[in-house]
Design a protein around this ligand. Structure first.
Ligand code: C2O
Ligand code: CU
Ligand code: CU
Length: 478
């Protein structure tokens, strides 16, 4: 059963209905910045999250837009990004999924000092992998991400991929009041100990989703990124058969998703290739059906009436060029286990948190509701977080993640991509690398990676409330 705890969930219908009135507004393409040196200013701004006639919502924005500008970098080419903090509080930027030097990872206290109001920080790294990534703050991140700070980061393949068009949908979930303001109550215990802050308005590239106009016969590469705090999505494309070509930026064997649903937990990305095989003039819904009884139509593919672009689907290979990921040596692997504990159980009881050792910092969001191996690190990352385990550089780590809780957790590891080996004892059907692995209640997942990148790295749940309330740890590569 996929349930949500949000008391606001009943209002979703109303807001989605309001959003669909604007159905003639095309999905806004995400703003793009060209490759090279970039400058990004973080500051308060305003957005129209429910459409051009809706209320203005005060947000926090990268370069004044929600989501922030899409950064386009080149694989293997150095990038330099200057981040200016125009907020009234500390921030940092984390380049989610990029394998980069530890000092560029953006975790305040752990990998860099926070960027104080009015100050800058220069991020420099060379992305080794092509793919779909994203960036977001790692300071006060429940509030900062929840107020809109997120953007896509695309690392382009050396050779362009053979498609007619490339699209990006950066998905965000907002909890808005009736007058379009971001609802207060970040970090309340109910969200923290249950499904996290699931909202009532979903945007695509910062605007209410509206029809996407397509042409029969065209081939589209669609990059999907879920930048929500907590909402898990399961997208179904009516009348279409999307083929997954990359997960979390990393190319995989092209395959159709199980049950035709693309499951995107917070922080996950999926690249699909869509051959537009529908009929000219027809409209096909894209449905998010993750939560039981709360399915809604996110958007639709609207075919123009013109003749098909081609008679047969494009006859070009779907496989993306491989990224230079080091192959785990499973025979010599060092085993480590991460057990996820806590959260609310039936009857409104917190599971076992009483006996946990809490490192809650005064003034940070609330108390611990979760733990990893009996220990709760709360907040956003700070100095003195003792590593859960230490790996020697170059070693293969075989990591078991075991979810003892009654809730879903997208577990994310910084600095590495994990080769996912098995789920609940069965090998996963397609070779896949992920930086964010979704664990259903009681799931056990085994993965492996080569510890080739020294530093202190975070491993946490990407449901922001869960991370802040204890589902976070650190490991070290010497
Ligand atoms: Cu998107 Cu700590 O990560
Ligand atoms: Cu990350
Ligand atoms: Cu979680």
């Amino acid at each position: 059963m996929n349930s949500v705890s949000s008391p606001f969930i009943t209002r979703r219908k109303f807001l989605f209905a309001a959003a669909s009135i604007a159905a003639s507004v095309p999905i806004r393409p995400a703003l793009a910045l060209a490759t090279g040196e970039h400058r990004i200013r973080v500051a308060p701004g305003q957005a129209r999250l429910t459409g051009p006639d809706g209320p203005r919502t005060p947000v926090w924005a990268y370069d004044g837009t929600v989501p922030g500008p899409t950064l386009r970098l080149r694989q293997g080419r150095p990038a330099r990004i200057i981040v200016e903090n125009g907020l009234g509080e500390d921030t940092t930027v984390h380049w989610h999924g990029i394998r980069l030097p530890n000092a560029m990872d953006g975790v305040p206290g752990l990998t860099q000092p926070p960027i104080r109001p009015g100050e800058n920080f220069v991020y420099e790294f060379t992305p080794p992998d092509a793919g779909t990534f994203w960036y977001h703050p790692h300071a006060d991140s429940l509030v900062q991400l929840g107020r809109g700070l997120a953007g896509a980061l695309i690392v382009e393949e050396a050779e362009p991929v053979a498609v007619d068009r490339e699209l990006l949908w950066l998905l965000q979930d907002w909890r808005l009041t009736k007058d379009g303001q971001i609802a207060a109550g970040f970090g309340n215990m109910m969200d923290a100990a249950m499904s996290g802050r699931v909202g009532n308005v979903v945007t695509v590239n910062g605007a209410p989703p509206a029809d996407l106009t397509v042409k029969a016969g065209e081939r589209v590469r669609l990059r999907l990124a879920n930048a929500s705090l907590a909402r898990i999505m399961a997208l179904r494309f009516e009348g279409h058969r999307p083929v997954i070509v990359a997960i979390d930026g990393q190319p995989c064997d092209p395959h159709e998703p199980e049950g035709g649903r693309l499951v995107l937990a917070p922080a996950m990305r999926i690249d699909v290739v869509l051959d537009m095989q529908g009929d000219p003039g027809k409209r096909y819904a894209v449905i998010d059906e993750f939560y039981d009884g709360l399915a809604y139509s996110l958007t639709a593919l609207a075919y123009d009436a013109g003749a098909p672009l081609r008679d047969h689907p494009l006859d070009a290979p779907l496989r993306l060029p491989a990224n230079p990921l080091p192959a785990p040596d499973l025979a010599k692997a060092e085993r480590h286990e991460i057990v996820l504990q806590g959260g609310m159980m039936g009857g409104g009881k917190l599971a076992g948190v009483g006996g946990m050792m809490s490192m809650a910092m005064p003034g940070m969001n609330g108390a611990a509701a979760w733990a990893i191996n009996g220990m709760s690190m709360t907040g956003d990352g700070h100095a003195g977080m003792a590593p859960q385990f230490t790996l020697e550089r170059g070693a293969t780590c075989r990591l078991t993640m075991r979810n003892e809780t009654a809730w879903w957790h997208p577990m994310h590891v910084h600095g590495f991509s994990l080769s996912v080996l098995s789920r609940n004892g069965s090998p996963v059907p397609h070779r896949q690398w992920q930086d964010t692995v979704l664990l259903a209640p009681k799931d056990t997942i085994e993965c492996a990676f080569v510890a080739d990148n020294p530093g202190d790295w975070m491993l946490h749940c990407h449901v922001a409330d869960h991370r802040m309330a204890g589902l976070m740890t650190v490991f070290r590569v010497t």
